[in-house]
Structures are given as C-alpha cells and as structure tokens.
Design a binder for this molecule. Structure first.
Ligand code: NOJ
Length: 542
C-alpha cells in the first residue's frame, strides 16, 4: 500500500482523480450519489494493494445549491447539500481519505453565487442595500439597450433585468448564477473567509471554477468582434478580452494564493482557458510563482473553442512543446483528458470504432508526461458518453450548448442492472453493462489494469514522476519523449497515433516497462523499434 505523499509540495508528485459526487455511489437509494457512498468506495481509489493508487480526489461542488447548474450555483459556501449528506459526513469523508493517504480538494466557485445566496437576495432587494455592490449591477444604456455586448458562456446575453430595482445584473453563466463583484474588498474578504473555513476543517485544497473571469474590465467595455467569426462558424462571435484573462485577474489570484499560504501544504488548481502563455500567467512570474499552484491545460480536449483536439502525434507534440516552453520556472503543467463539461475521451476519438485503443495510449501519455495528471472518474474503465433520452436530460446548459449529461452518468461498479451504483432509478441512465470495474479489476489486459500498472510505474520510476522531459524528434505519427533524472534510470515514451505500424528509433536499447498492448511488457528492445497500430509504450533504460 503506497504511503501518503509527504511534504508541503506533495501535489507536485500527485495523481488526482476528479469525481462527480452525484454519480459516484449512492448510499441511501435515492438515485443520487452522496458522500457516504464515496466513503464506501474509497478503497477502490487508495489504501490497498489492489486500489487504483491515486493520491488526491477533487469533488465537484458539494455545497448547498438550488442545483440549477448542479452545484456550480452555490447558495452557502460553508455547508453540504442535503442530497450529498451533512457536515458530519464531509468530516468523515476527509478523515477516511486521510487515513488512506488521499488528499481532498473541494470545488470553489468564486465567479458567481446562486441567485438564492443570501448575499444576492440582499443585493437584489434594493439599490441602497449595503450588499448592492457585491454583485455587478448596471443601468441600461441611454438608448435602452443592454449595458454591454457580453454573452453568457451558456449562450444569450450576460445581463438580466431586475424589474423591482430597475437595473440589470451580470451573469456570465445562467441567470440564476449572478457574478460577484471582485472589485469590492468586502466580497474579496468574504470569499477568502470561505476558503479559510474549509482549510481550518482540514481540506487540502481547491479546484477553482472559472478562475479567469473573476476580474473584468473596470468599465465593462464591450468585447471586440472576432475577426475569424463568420455566421455559422464554430468560432465565437466576440473575443472575450474584457471578461476573460483580463490582466487584473492575476492580482486577485495572488490574493487567493496568500490565503492558501496561511495553511502550509494546501494548494489550488485553477480552471483556466487560453493559449499556453495565458495559462502560464496563472502561476505567477517564474521568480516568485506566487499565483496558483497549478493551472489546468485542457488542450488535449480542445485547443480553441469547441473543436476537439484530434489524436495525432502532431497535435500532441505541439501541445506538449508549447506547455513545456511556457510553464514558468519550476512550475508544472497540469493535464486532463476529460471532465464533467466535455464529451468523454473515448467518444471523442471513436470515429472508426477504435476509441478504446486510443484511450489505452492516452492513459500512458497522461501518466508519463511531466506535470500533474487528473483522471476523470470512469475514464480508467473506458466509460463513454451515454445517449440520454430527451425526457431524462438534466443539464440546464443543454438549451444553448451540447448538453453535458452524457459524460456525467453513474460510475459502473459491476455488470448488474444497477451497476452497483443505486437500488433506485439513477438520476441519469447507465451506460452499457459490459463496461464496469468488477469485470476489469483482475483482468490483466483491461484498461483498469493498465491504469493501475501505469500508476505503479509512475510511483516507482522517479524519472517519470519528477524528471525532466525532452521531446525526441520522430517520424510522422509518432510522438516520443525522454524522461530523465540525475542518478535514476531514464525512460522513453513513444506514442504511435497511426492505425498502422510505425518504426521509431531509440537512443539506447531497453526494456518495455509498460505498453498499451500488454503482451509486450517485459520485451527487450534494441535501438530500432516497431510500434503497433495506436500503440503507446514506455521503455526503461539502465
Ligand atoms: C465551469 C464548470 O466546470 C461548469 O460545470 C460550470 O457550469 C461553469 N464553470 C459555471 O460554474
């Protein structure tokens, strides 16, 4: 059983696992996952010889909420939603995680609250309410039009008119998610206090929602038209220069970091979007790194807008090279192939029915790159998007963008009709019974077994966990890199994204430590190596 990672910088060596609490395990048979359910499944994640072997979990929001955006509309930052349990259950969950060496991150949502949060109810009650300025209220323009041209991320205008007080309020997401005014020092202090509340309770850190939007242009200036936009194109009509990655946001990030620094060993990972350079700015300057500990790089999911990144050596190489170049000083890139907002990896890469083979290669890539990997629950057993009948759709954003229900379906623990998730009708339908933990746990060739071997190798091979990364120029369709650390055996990782064999060259012979084609593990290889179709492998040297 692997020990907990030690030191305040444990997160630099950690593998994180995101779980969506509604969908992990139901313990009270209401069809909705809950904290007690998660506790009952912790052995799957850590603490036992046959656990997956991750180091930390991130729980999507668990706070009281009207659930208009499934918890991303928080009505009380200091509580637990009754669907998930109560504070005692949260305390038990944290204690049970820590007992197994698992750290726990909560999902902190600073950009907006629920419209049912007491702060917003007060703010909305009158123009003279002391909390009016806690949110962003504006009059219509003199010609009666909206205060500016900003759009909600979910589509439609980002402004809703409040009849009673005669002004518009800003909401970058649903109208039930009003944006907080981070230019008001009282808001900053109140939100910082919500962090301290959980840190005092022993939470190890936070995933920070929509980090890049909390500070907007001070005058809320219109966004410029996107020159690449044409009607019907996948491009967004406006460039979000006034409300995303606006330079003032980095000062707010530093303030958040200062709060975390009051609790040594805590950390935060930000949900941010943009180029590698834009992502890099969230870490702070190379000399100080006084920003976030980690900032997500989602470019393996999409590089721009909503166009999914293809599984090609060229794209992978570009993304890794850009991140390696841009990530400042000793900071580490932070990688994910999926989350609760995006179609699952297998479904995005299954045009020829070979999504599972690509998922096996992606597992090896994710767990051998330099940086901190996040696994999205179910990814390790090959869960794919589930077709949801119209009548059972839940995601409010489906009215504007492709809905996110398909990637949020219950974890599949076994092949029974309930999948081991709940005795009641689940809140979202199950996927195919064949994809489940029980079937894969002891099957050596399964995706789950491959994940477990990759996690074990990452723990054992220090070059893979902490070494430097050098991209090795390779023939088309092959992405290759070396991981090296002083005094440790080095490793070469090769990924063939073609559906045909490809030849590649190694600097030195070695031993196949891990392969997406399991049977190859243990094979001695010379300097010329042939990779099977869609194969990824790790060769150990010395
Ligand atoms: C990003 C979250 O991941 C997503 O699920 C949510 O809808 C928005 N932020 C708004 O909070």
């Amino acid at each position: 059983m692997p020990p907990a990672l030690d030191g305040n910088d444990w997160w630099r060596r950690a593998v994180f696992y995101q779980l969506y609490p509604r969908s992990f395990q139901d313990s009270n048979n209401d069809g909705i996952g809950d904290l007690q359910g998660i506790i009952s499944r912790l052995d799957y994640l850590a603490g036992h010889d046959d656990s997956l072997g991750v180091d930390a979990i991130w729980l999507s929001p668990t706070f009281p909420s009207p659930m208009k955006d499934f918890g991303y509309d928080v009505s009380d930052y200091r509580g637990v939603h009754p669907d998930f349990g109560d504070m005692a259950a949260m305390d038990r969950l944290v204690a049970e995680c820590h007992r197994r060496g698992l750290r726990v991150l909560l999902d902190w949502v600073p950009n907006h609250t629920s419209d049912q949060h007491a702060w917003f109810l007060e703010s909305r009650s009158s123009r003279s309410n002391p909390r009016r300025d806690w949110y962003i209220w504006r009059d219509a323009r003199p010609d009666g039009t909206l205060p500016n041209n900003w759009r909600s991320v979910f589509g439609g205008p980002a402004w809703t008119f409040d009849e009673a007080s005669g002004q518009y309020y800003l909401h970058s997401f649903l109208k039930e998610q009003p944006d907080l005014n981070w230019r008001n020092p009282e808001v900053v202090e109140a939100m910082h206090e919500t962090l301290r509340f959980w840190l005092r309770k022993g939470i190890d850190g936070f995933r920070i929602d929509v980090m890049g939007m909390i500070l907007k242009h001070p005058d809320l200036a219109d966004n410029p038209l996107n020159p690449r936009w044409t009607p019907g194109s996948s491009e967004q009509k406006y460039l979000w220069t006034s409300n995303r990655n606006y330079p003032d946001v980095y000062e707010a990030v530093r303030g958040i970091r200062a709060v975390l620094d009051e609790f040594p060993g805590s950390m935060a990972v930000g949900e941010v979007f943009g180029t590698a350079e834009e992502i890099a700015r969230y870490y702070g300057p190379p000399g100080t790194l006084d920003g976030l500990h980690l900032a997500f790089n989602f470019q393996f999911i999409h590089e721009t807008g909503h166009v999914f990144t293809p599984w090609t050596a060229e794209a992978i190489q570009r993304i890794v090279a850009n991140a390696e170049d841009a990530t400042p000083g000793s900071a580490l890139p932070c990688w994910a192939f999926g989350n609760h907002d995006r179609s699952r990896f297998i479904s995005r890469n299954d045009h020829d029915g070979r999504g599972l083979e690509r998922a096996r290669a992606a597992a090896i890539l994710l767990l051998t790159l330099r940086g901190v990997p996040f696994i999205y629950y179910g990814e390790e057993i090959g869960m794919a998007d589930v077709d949801i009948p119209e009548a059972r759709l839940q995601d409010p954003a489906r009215f504007h963008t492709p809905g996110r229900d398909p990637e949020r379906t219950p974890m599949q623990w076994d092949g029974s009709p309930t999948r081991g998730f709940s005795a009641a009708e689940p809140w979202l339908p199950y996927g195919p019974a064949a994809v489940n933990v029980a079937a894969q746990l002891h099957a050596p060739d399964s995706l789950l077994a491959l994940y477990r071997r990759a996690l074990r190798l990452r723990r054992q091979a220090r070059a893979l966990r902490q070494g430097s990364l050098r991209i090795i120029p390779s023939p088309g369709d092959v992405f290759a890199f070396e991981r090296r650390m002083e005094g440790e055996p080095s490793a070469t990782v090769l990924v063939n994204t073609a559906v045909h064999e490809r030849n590649a060259a190694l600097d030195s012979p070695g031993l196949v430590l891990l392969s997406s084609r399991t049977a190859r593990e243990g094979e001695r290889v010379g300097r010329d190596i042939t990779l099977g179709p869609l194969e990824a492998l790790v060769v150990g040297h010395g």
